[in-house]
Structure formats: structure tokens, C-alpha cells
Design a protein around this ligand. Structure first.
Ligand code: GDP
Ligand code: MG
Length: 593
């Protein structure tokens, strides 16, 4: 009970502040639209008290199956290949209902499926790569309403596209989504417990959500002893790769068995699946800590906004008070500083071009090694078969059969490995560049604060650069080309030894061509991913710089214009800004860091 009062209080005081902040912004005759609409959204979230709990993880870890098990109904499509391409938000409803929100249409589409099967089928058409390839329907998100008891706790479960070796479209959708999540269930599977890609993604999740629940799914594959080992490994990997020393309880479950047990109404089997432990924990959380975590999540987002608004206001107040000539002079100094920053920006750009060229060169070297390795491997394979042919144990057809069997898997593996290597390479390079960009942003803010003698404010956490350098491919769509060379028409007339030499020659050149062709496809795929990673880095760099310039240079310039048109002589203009600064500052200072 005590806890509830505390939460109630922090919720109402946060709400009170957000409303106040919005009023304050509205009362000022300044361009603060972006901050205003961000605050509006936060207020709405607090009002509905809806808690966004996203289920995250790499694809095929059993996320959709886990949600189905929690709901007790197989509502979400699950499968091996068709990946969820669009987030599905699952909330309480008296009846099953599916609503599709389109990105370019004002109207939502509402469906009322008659059964669980129909609902599932409908969702498959809307949210899977198979039913809605590359999201041709232009769906932004899908809302599923279901009469399930867990959802009565004002929680929205979110089934997300899998992150991993899927295509770029899916992964960027997931990441955009993270900013709307309050907490996450991070699903890994028992085997393997944590890949490097998952660890990378997890680090990003940590930046966005206030609480993470860890689930190790598919424990039905393991013996009890192996579960303990997998768990140990997982905890160690969390500590080493993500600096998560204490992940809390790691829930070991079999979502598949849990769902089956639920459908059969078998309580014993359900308990054995481990899901009840997770479920009870989630229910406790939703009844207890949810509100405080929600407040924390929204408070953090609010702090980021307020910090930027404060900087803008302080500039406005300061410039309104400065004698006009001093203001113009200060702006001149700042302009000069910005000129310097543009130069640094240019240098950074050039360096990035160099980085990209070196990354491409790295790829080429790795490709060359791969070609050699593959040719050697396949030639050995053929030599083995030639030997068997000599001993009369095999026919020529075995050559093509063996190649057809060996090549797809081999290149698929190579693609995954190479993708991983190139990604790590790019990640390393861009991490360094990010630090340089951070310095650039800080130097603009510091220069502005310095010249105009206002308190320096560090860039808000929300604007911290996210590097999207991981490269993802549709590995399962890999189809190596393979079309054997025909036997020369004269070959059959040649003496045995000569014929055999021609045969070998023909097959070696066949292999060479195979290697070249497939290696080229692979190289192309990776090159596209690499270019995209650099492109997206460049564009977020642009965005970040222009945001910073808007909050500093933009604010001062418009202050100057106002001065020239004598706008601040309008009664109380500066006083109002001062008041606003005081209100926002009070709140910021009362917040724990
Ligand atoms: N053995 C086993 N398989 C599971 C379990 N949970 C999910 N799967 C299977 O793993 C595959 C991927 O599941 P899905 O829920 O679609 O994964 P998602 O991509 O993470 O949403 C499906 O074939 C599921 O049947 C589990 O607990 N045990
Ligand atoms: Mg899924």
C-alpha cells in the first residue's frame, strides 16, 4: 500500500510538471513546436498509463510463440521462415479485433475475426514477410485486441520484427520502435545462448528501456544439467559483452510446451514449461513496479526535451538583454566559430570517405581469401571423386551432385561469416568517428554557451548517436547459381587417358566459374550493406549537427531578428522567458541524475 501511494505521487507530480511545461512553452512566443509535440506524446502515455512491454530478440528465438503462450491462444503467426516484418501491439479487448494502421492513409482498417485461427491468418497476411512482402501494403503497425487476463493490467505487449540476419528493412523498424518502449522481454534461445549480434542489439535496447526481463527459451531442447551450463554461459556473456553484471532472474522456459499445455488445460505440464514463473513475475511487476518504471521511462524522455528547451530559452533571454551591438558582435564571433566547425566537419567527411574506401579494400582482401579457400576446398572434393571414379566406385554424375550439395551451404556460411567480420570492422571504425562527432557537437554547444555566457548543457541522452553499422542480409534467400558445363561432343571419341584429362580440366574450370559467380554475388550483397551503413552514419551525423545548430545558432538569430523588430518590448517578453526557465530549472534540479 505504501508503495502504491509513492507511485501515485510520482505519477501525479510528473504529470503535473509535464502539463506545466507544456503551458509554459505555449505561453512563449517562440518556435518550440518539436519539444511541444514530444511533451504532448509523453502526457498521453502517462494518461493512458499504458505500459509498452516489447518482446525483443533475434528472429526465430520464439518471441511470437512466447506471447502466444502468455495469451493462452495461438494468435500470432509463428514459423521458421516468414519473419514478422511489422510490430504488432497487443492490448486488452473484450473481443478479438485486429486494426491495421497505415503510414500514408488517415483511416485505419478494422477487422473482427470470428475465431483465433482467423485472427492468426489475418495477422499473417498483414505482418509477415510472406503475407506482406517488403511491407508493400504500407502498414505502420498492427494492433491486436484480445480478451486475455494479463492484458487487463494496462499493458501493451509488442511483438517485434526479429533482429538478426534478416533484411535491413526489418531491423531498422525494430530500432525505431525502441524509443516507444518502456520495458522489454529479451528472448534468447538455449542454444546458442547469446550471439555477438544479440549482444550488440541488447546494448542498444539498454539505452532505451528502463527494465529488461531476460528469457531463455527452448529449454526443452536441453537436459537439466545443460540448462544450468547454458545459463552460466549466458550470464557470463551478458557480463562480458554488455556489462550487465546482474540481469536479475533469467527465466528458463519452453514457450512451445507452455502453449501446448495451456491449450490442453494441463496444469502440470504448464508448470513444467517454466512459463508460470515468468507470468507471475510479470503480473507482480505490472501491479507494483510498473508505474514507477513508467514514470522513470517518461521522466528520462522528458528530461532530454526539457534540457534542450532550456538551452534555447537561455539564449533567448540572454540575447534579449544584451545591448544590440554586443549581440551582433557575439553572433559574429559565433558565426566564425561555426565556420571553424564547418571546416572540421569537412575534415570529418573526408576521413569518413577514406574509412569507406578502406572498408571496401578490407572486403576485397577478405573476398580474395575466400575465393582461394573455396576453390581449394572444392578442388579437393573433386579430386576425391576422381579417385573414386578411377577405382570404378563412382560416375561422373557424382561430381555435379556433390557440387550441388556442397556449394549452397558453403557460401551461405561464408556470407554469414563475412557479414559478421565486415560488420565488426565497420562498427570499430564508426565508433571512433562517433566520438569525434560527439566532440564536435559538444564544442558547438560550449562555444555558444561561452560566447553568450549561459550555463553549458550537455547534449541530451536521446540525441546520443546510434550507429547502424550492423549489416543484415536475407541469408535464407541465398541461391547459389550452378549450371554445369556440357561435355564436349568430341570428348567421347578420345582415348581414355586423354579423355580423363579433358574431363578433369572441364570440371576444374567449372569449379572456378562457380566460385567466381557466387563470390561475386556475395561480394555485391556485402558491399550494399557496407554502403548503407556508411550512408546512414552520414545522414545521422547531418541530422545531429543541424539539430544542434538549430538549438543554438537558430535561437540566437531569431532573437536578433526580434530585437530588430523591437518585439521584446512587447510587455513581459523577457520576464516570461525567465519565469519559464525558473520552472523548468526547478524541475530539472529536483530530478535524480
Ligand atoms: N523446441 C522449441 N521450439 C520453439 C519454442 N518456442 C518456439 N519454438 C519454435 O521456434 C520457431 C520460431 O518461433 P517464433 O515464435 O516464430 O520465433 P520469433 O521469430 O522469435 O517470433 C518456431 O518453429 C517455433 O515453433 C520452444 O520453446 N521450444
Ligand atoms: Mg515472430
Amino acid at each position: 500500500m505504501v508503495g502504491m501511494v509513492r507511485h501515485g505521487k510520482s505519477l501525479s507530480s510528473l504529470k503535473h510538471f509535464l502539463l506545466q511545461a507544456r503551458d509554459v512553452i505555449d505561453s512563449l512566443d517562440l518556435d518550440l513546436d518539436a519539444a511541444r509535440s514530444a511533451l504532448d506524446e509523453l502526457i498521453q502515455r502517462l494518461d493512458s498509463q499504458k505500459f509498452h512491454l516489447a518482446v525483443l530478440g533475434q528472429f526465430k528465438r520464439g518471441k511470437s510463440t512466447l506471447i502466444n503462450a502468455l495469451l493462452g491462444e495461438p494468435l500470432l503467426p509463428t514459423s521458421v521462415v516468414p519473419l514478422t516484418a511489422i510490430p504488432t501491439m497487443i492490448e486488452f479487448g473484450e473481443q478479438h479485433q485486429v486494426v491495421a494502421h497505415y503510414s500514408d492513409k488517415a483511416d485505419d482498417e478494422v477487422f473482427n475475426p470470428g475465431s483465433v485461427e482467423q485472427a492468426c491468418q489475418l495477422l499473417a497476411e498483414l505482418v509477415t514477410e510472406k503475407g506482406n512482402p517488403k511491407n508493400k501494403r504500407g502498414i505502420e503497425r498492427v494492433v491486436l485486441r484480445a480478451p486475455c487476463s494479463l492484458l487487463r493490467h494496462q499493458v501493451v505487449l509488442i511483438d517485434t520484427p526479429g533482429v538478426g540476419s534478416t533484411n535491413v528493412h526489418n531491423t531498422s523498424t525494430t530500432r525505431d520502435f525502441l524509443s516507444q518502449c518502456d520495458a522489454a522481454i529479451f528472448v534468447v534461445s538455449a542454444d546458442p545462448p547469446l550471439t555477438q549480434q544479440e549482444a550488440g542489439f541488447l546494448s542498444q535496447v539498454q539505452e532505451h528501456v528502463a527494465r529488461i526481463f531476460f528469457v531463455m527459451n527452448k529449454v526443452d531442447y536441453l537436459q537439466d544439467k545443460q540448462v544450468v551450463e547454458a545459463l552460466d554461459f549466458f550470464r557470463q556473456a551478458l557480463a562480458e559483452s554488455c556489462a550487465i553484471e546482474d540481469p536479475g532472474i533469467v527465466f528458463c522456459v519452453s514457450a512451445r510446451l507452455a502453449l501446448q499445455a495451456r491449450l490442453k488445460g494441463d496444469q502440470t505440464e504448464f508448470s513444467a514449461s517454466g512459463l508460470h514463473v515468468l507470468e507471475e513475475h510479470l503480473e507482480d511487476f505490472l501491479l507494483g513496479d510498473k508505474v514507477s518504471v513508467l514514470c522513470e521511462a517518461i521522466g528520462t524522455k522528458a528530461r532530454a526535451q526539457v534540457s534542450d528547451v532550456l538551452m534555447q530559452l537561455e539564449f533567448s533571454a540572454k540575447s534579449a538583454r544584451m545591448p544590440l551591438d554586443k549581440l551582433e558582435k557575439s553572433l559574429g564571433i559565433f558565426d566564425e566559430k561555426i565556420g571553424e566547425i564547418q571546416t572540421q566537419r569537412q575534415i570529418a567527411d573526408d576521413r569518413l570517405d577514406g574509412d569507406e574506401r578502406r572498408a571496401v579494400a578490407y572486403l576485397e582482401t577478405e573476398m580474395e581469401k575466400l575465393r582461394t579457400r573455396t576453390a581449394k576446398h572444392l578442388n579437393e572434393l573433386m579430386q576425391d571423386i576422381f579417385r573414386q571414379m578411377d577405382e570404378g566406385k563412382a560416375k561422373e554424375s557424382l561430381l555435379s551432385e556433390s557440387l550441388a550439395k556442397e556449394v549452397p551451404g558453403y557460401f551461405q556460411h561464408a556470407l554469414t561469416d563475412m557479414a559478421h567480420d565486415v560488420s565488426s570492422y565497420i562498427q570499430g571504425v564508426l565508433n571512433e568517428r562517433r566520438d569525434e562527432t560527439d566532440d564536435l557537437i559538444v564544442s558547438i554547444r560550449k562555444a555558444a554557451a561561452d560566447i553568450f555566457d549561459i550555463p553549458y548543457r550537455a547534449p541530451s541522452a536521446s540525441s546520443v548517436f546510434k550507429i547502424d553499422s550492423r549489416i543484415y542480409w536475407d541469408t535464407h534467400k541465398w541461391t547459389p547459381s550452378y549450371s554445369p558445363l556440357p561435355e564436349g561432343s568430341l570428348d567421347r571419341l578420345l582415348p581414355a587417358r586423354q579423355r580423363r584429362r579433358r574431363l578433369e580440366k572441364r570440371w576444374y574450370s567449372q569449379v572456378q566459374a562457380l566460385v567466381e559467380q557466387n563470390a561475386e554475388t556475395l561480394r555485391w550483397e556485402i558491399l550494399q550493406g557496407l554502403k548503407k551503413a556508411f550512408w546512414s552514419y552520414r545522414s545521422s551525423l547531418d541530422k545531429r549537427l543541424s539539430d544542434t545548430l538549430y538549438a543554438t545558432h537558430g535561437a540566437i538569430r531569431s532573437a536578433l531578428q526580434r530585437r530588430k523588430s523591437h518585439q521584446e518590448q512587447v510587455a513581459g517578453f523577457v520576464d516570461k522567458i525567465d519565469e519559464a526557465i525558473a520552472v523548468l530549472n526547478d524541475w530539472m534540479n529536483s530530478q535524480p541524475l
